[in-house]
Design a protein around this ligand. Structure first.
Ligand SMILES: Cc1cc2nc3c(=O)[nH]c(=O)nc-3n(C[C@H](O)[C@H](O)[C@H](O)COP(=O)(O)OP(=O)(O)OC[C@H]3O[C@@H](n4cnc5c(N)ncnc54)[C@H](O)[C@@H]3O)c2cc1C
Ligand code: SF4
Ligand code: SF4
Length: 1020
């Protein structure tokens, strides 16, 4: 693992952490040999890169030797060919890393196809197929197919980050599987690479061809021979053993490798569901399905989860396309999450009743009349149920709107992640999370499953695909407690016995991974031996994801076990107090939602632009946990370190910094990963467990720079709020210098800062009448209540006040036009830039000062209004986290929040004017209603406003001004904003963020307005 050298002599400063190069010699030799070939992919050896792929969504943690990122089939082949000389070198392919049972974890080499091998290669709509690379994310494929009227049908909750390769290897499926099938039902052919580098192209072949292939002495010949021997020779046992269920048990699909008539052999079918234990899947030819023209979703509400379960089969019998169920635990968690905002009107409460279970029943058809008659029939039955209090039905809601249907499924897909939000040390865990039983047995099975968990005093949430008999259950355990960890094998054994009793599978959906130890029990000795023979034919030396599914025939190799090393074993090395203090990093459960590829989603810009999983919330949480663990091993208490406030002398810092090249301190790796974060806070609100990276990032920077020298740009950013007012005293002079190339060049070279913005001329002081500027607290305190009600205090921020004074002026005028009297609060630093750069002591003091004044005004009941979302939201988040109760209860409103409180007269503007809202990502994620609220404000003014779905603009405060981030900043703008902006005229575009407006001005050469400026124009 990692050797920590205790060179630290100052216990009150950050120690030196020395990760020792631990790549085993065979692997080092292999990697050196690989570098000598034409391999064009990346080879990542850094400890941080290895850590980033040492976990998935499971309870396990396993550090690999290195990470290989191939770019082509040829690269995969070179990996195999080179490895032929290194028998000890082993691999695991990896896609999105969303496995729930450690499927892709390995002590060997991770081969990640998701970074580069993620293209759609060919679409043939006429013949209804597509050819793709294995690292392509499933929703990305559907984005390409949607305009053509098709989709790749197997649906899984992780569709926005799971890859086609991962889906093939786990035979993924999900909602609608009764109609749409599993991945294996849609694979027409595969291009794979065998462990020796042989490229294998597979598709169904006639029995004659299969038999003649089986005569050949090649590897492929051996594979065909073994498959024929097993699949034909053991046909009877196979048909008797494999459950007659809609779901397949991962392992090798011996039944469907032959068609029903036994006239064809399909090797692809055996590879599908093999969890990377046979080949690297490089490319796939997939069947695509026409999108049904009409859809309807009925959300049926029940008085209990059991009622929902028992009622589901009747809907399946009535030919519903799918039936999904969630229990009240999940519903309650969803209600507390940002996602509820999108579905709250679609799943409303039932008056005087508790909704304790929900069935989401979907009907699809190409015929409107057909779907309507089915829905009418169902609704009539439901009305009857409600009237007669039957089947526990207490209400239902119907929608035919595809967008609304997608929103409901979005909530359902987020459910597993939401379970992680459960308060306390015990967190819901995946290890028996996807049991499958014949649907008719499901309700009884679940009652017994619940009894099993209740008997152990465990809490859990349940939801699932009731139509397919698959149930998702995650019992809550504290994996930092070894006694609770010991319950994992015990509960697993009990569940294995229970599913067997009900004729089902422990792995109804997610595959086996570390549960492979149960393979022999499930398959039985005879068929298990056949699996081993097939493994031997493909991978005789057990180099492909060893220990998963089965081992080569008659080898000494062993299967992986549920008792394997877990993440909890690492986490518990961190003292409880530190774990609590860094709760956001500890609570990341690896579900991978932050790997979202969608460029219109704010989560997570740094991952989107780098494609590097270290630069994601999950990667950052993982690296911080390891940093805390290594510190704990040196008996360093981070909380004490933070409190001590001690820092090395400047010359010691300088010397430490100068020796960076010679001594590799693990903290440098952590810094690199934190440095790429834009502090946009999308993770804080969009991650199902609210992993707040900017929070722990600031704490890390605070400690890191007690040992090392800070770059100059940090001081510039950290002090921007004190410098801006000074510079604004002579704005023309400052701007004159900023227009000189030599000045810009020297700022870039010395500070690393680019495109420094110009100060506003005329300044805010010159723009606003003196009366508005003269702030007098005493005078405000002496106002009568009526006089006070007329006032509105403008809370300044450095960006709008000094760089966009026109916006502040417009706010003052808008306030006047609406019949109120603006009061400009004196400029006082907010502290956000200090927080971003980790000057935490300074931030605390800034926040204290600002909170004092803001609380005094709050006491007068005069509304406080601020313009810039990221600054205003800092008062609501970082201030609370830093000041605790001392923050007081002041509330700075954003402009739209204030406007919504007013009784605005409805205005009709002719001709109707249309605007496009580009919301700030911190605002959209922290205040999910903000866009619709702006819309309703605009509607009052007789204007229409369309929120535009965009991700991060790439500026994020000062991030985009830092030279080291410039290309990423520009890249993000191109990725998410450029095309959307081009859809509108500059006059139509409004943006709420100062950063966003500046970025558009810099890269699209026009400055969008703040929405309040449009409102003012309308009034004028
Ligand atoms: C919150 C959550 C919800 C989930 N919901 C569902 C669901 O609804 N339905 C469902 O089926 N699953 C679900 N899963 C499980 C998981 O998302 C699926 O198994 C998915 O198919 C894995 O895809 P991936 O790209 O993340 O693969 P990874 O996790 O990276 O790998 C999974 C397995 O596939 C192998 N593999 C990956 N790529 C290749 C390749 N190119 N060649 C050979 N082997 C490869 C790996 O070695 C590993 O054994 C869920 C997981 C989570 C965390
Ligand atoms: S950071 Fe959040 S979204 Fe990302 S893997 Fe962790 S828990 Fe999931
Ligand atoms: S703050 Fe933004 S960039 Fe940083 S990890 Fe979170 S989502 Fe990613």
């Amino acid at each position: 693992m990692i050797k920590v050298v205790n060179q630290n002599t100052m216990t009150n400063n950050l120690p030196f952490l020395d990760p020792q190069e631990t790549i085993e010699s065979d692997y080092s030799a292999f990697l050196s040999a690989l570098k000598e070939t034409a391999f064009s992919g990346d080879i990542n050896l850094s400890y941080g890169s290895r850590l980033a792929v040492s976990t998935d969504n499971s309870i396990y943690q396993q550090l690999p030797q290195a990470l290989l990122l191939p770019k082509s089939v040829e690269d995969l082949s070179l990996i195999g060919q080179t490895a032929a000389q290194f028998p000890a070198v082993r691999f695991s392919a990896r896609g999105g890393g969303t496995g729930t049972n450690g499927q892709s974890l390995t002590p060997g080499l991770i081969v990640d196809l998701s970074r580069y091998m993620n293209k759609v290669l060919e679409v043939n709509a006429d013949e209804q197929w597509v050819r793709v690379q294995a690292g392509l994310v499933k929703d990305q494929l559907n984005d390409v197919l949607r305009p053509l009227g098709y989709f790749f049908a197997p649906d899984l909750s992780t569709s926005n980050r799971a890859t086609i390769g991962g889906m093939i290897s786990t035979d993924a499926s999900g909602q609608g599987s009764l109609v749409y099938g599993k991945t294996s039902d849609h694979v027409l052919g595969l291009t794979s690479v065998l462990v020796d580098g042989t490229i294998l192209t597979t598709q169904p072949m006639s029995m004659d061809d299969a038999k003649s292939l089986a005569q050949q002495p090649s590897v492929l010949g051996k594979i065909a021979a073994q498959l024929l021997a097993t699949c034909i020779g053991k046909r009877e046992q196979i048909l008797a053993k494999f459950p007659r269920m809609n779901r397949f048990l991962t392992g090798y699909d011996l039944e469907h490798a032959l068609n029903d008539e036994m006239t064809q052999l399909d090797i692809s079918r055996v590879i599908t569901g093999s969890e990377g234990s046979l080949v690297f899947v490089a490319e796939a030819k997939l069947n695509i399905t026409p999108i049904a023209k009409h859809k309807a979703l009925v959300n049926i509400k029940y008085d209990s989860f059991e009622s929902a379960l028992r009622h589901a089969p009747s809907m399946v019998a009535a030919k519903a396309t799918s039936v999904e169920t969630v229990d009240s635990n999940i519903l309650n968690l969803a209600k507390q999450d940002i996602i509820w905002h999108s579905v709250k009107d679609l799943i409303t409460d039932v008056p005087h009743k508790d909704v304790l279970g929900l069935n989401m029943v979907e009907y699809n058809s190409n015929d409107q009349a057909d779907i309507e008659s089915k829905i009418d029939e169902l609704c009539a039955r439901l009305d009857q149920n409600i009237k007669l209090s039957q089947s526990g039905v207490i209400g239902y809601q119907l929608t035919y709107d595809t967008t609304e249907i997608n929103k409901i499924y979005g909530m359902r897909k987020k459910s597993v992640g939401l379970l992680g939000k459960t308060k306390g040390e015990k967190k819901p865990l995946a290890f028996v999370e996807d049991t499958g039983v014949p649907p008719e047995n499901l309700a009884d099975f679940i009652m017994e499953f619940r009894a099993l968990l209740d008997a152990r005093g465990l809490r859990y949430g349940m939801f699932g695909h009731v139509d397919a008999g698959v149930l998702h259950v995650r019992p809550a355990l504290d994996m930092c407690d070894p006694r609770q960890e010991a319950m994992i094998p015990e509960i697993s054994d009990a569940v294995v016995a229970l599913v067997a009793k009900y004729g089902g599978l422990m792995w109804g959906e997610h595959g086996k991974g570390y549960r492979s130890e149960y393979s022999p029990t499930f398959f039985g000795d005879e068929l298990y031996a056949e699996l081993c023979k097939i493994k031997s034919a493909f991978d005789p030396l057990n180099k492909m994801n060893p220990g998963k599914i089965c081992t080569p025939f008659e080898s000494d190799e062993s299967l992986v076990k549920v008792s394997a090393a877990k993440r909890g074993g690492f986490d518990r090395q961190i003292p409880v107090a530190v774990r609590n203090a860094f709760e956001p990093a500890m609570s990341c459960n690896g579900n991978g939602l932050c790997f979202n590829y969608d460029v219109t989603s704010p989560m997570c810009p740094s991952f989107k632009i780098t494609g590097d999983r270290r630069h994601s919330p999950k990667g950052r949480a993982g690296i911080i946990r390891e940093w805390l663990r290594l510190l704990s091993k040196q008996n360093i208490d981070v909380a004490t370190l933070e409190k001590s406030g001690k820092s090395s002398a400047w010359f010691t810092k300088l010397s430490n910094s100068l020796s960076k090249q010679q001594k590799s301190d693990f903290s440098h790796e952590v810094l690199e990963v934190m440095d790429g974060c834009l502090a946009c806070k999308a993770c804080s609100n969009q991650c199902p467990v609210s992993v707040d990276v900017p929070g722990f990032r600031a704490r890390f920077l605070n400690l890191y720079y007690r040992r090392y020298s800070r770059p100059l740009k940090d001081y510039l950013v950290g002090n921007i709020e004190s410098m801006a007012p000074l510079m604004a005293k002579l704005p023309k002079v400052v701007n004159f210098f900023l227009r000189q190339n030599w000045v810009n060049n020297s700022i870039r070279k010395s500070v690393g800062y680019v495109d420094t913005p110009h100060l506003s001329v005329p300044t805010l002081q010159q723009r606003l009448p003196k009366a508005i500027q003269q702030f007098d607290l005493k005078q405000l305190q002496n106002l009568t209540k009526e006089q006070g009600l007329k006032k509105v205090c403008i809370v300044q921020d450095p960006f709008t006040s000094y760089y966009e004074a026109g916006v502040v002026e417009a706010l003052a005028q808008l306030i006047i036009k609406l019949g109120y009297e603006p009061v400009l609060l004196p400029f006082m630093p907010n502290g956000k830039p200090q927080h971003v750069k980790g000057f935490l002591d300074k931030f605390a003091s800034t926040a204290n000062t600002a909170a004092e004044l803001l609380n005094e005004i709050q006491a007068l009941a005069i509304p406080l209004v601020g313009i810039d979302p990221s600054m205003v939201l800092c008062y609501r988040d970082e201030y609370i986290k830093t000041l605790g109760e001392d923050r007081g209860d002041f509330n700075v409103l954003l402009v739209h929040e204030w406007l919504l409180k007013l009784d605005l007269p409805t205005k009709v503007t002719t001709p109707q004017q249309h605007y496009a809202l580009f919301g700030h990502c911190s605002e959209k994620t922290a205040l999910p209603a903000s866009e619709s609220q702006w819309q309703s404000v605009f509607a009052k003014f007789g204007l229409t406003l369309t929120p535009v779905a965009v991700g991060c603009c790439g500026m994020a405060g000062t991030f985009g001004h830092e030279e080291s981030h410039l290309s990423q900043s520009k890249g993000l703008f191109e990725l998410s904003w450029r095309e959307q902006i081009a859809q509108y005229t500059p006059e139509q575009i409004v943006a709420t963020g100062y950063s966003c407006r500046s970025q558009v001005a810099r890269l699209a050469e026009f400055k969008p307005k703040h929405p309040l400026q449009v409102l003012l124009n309308t009034l004028e």
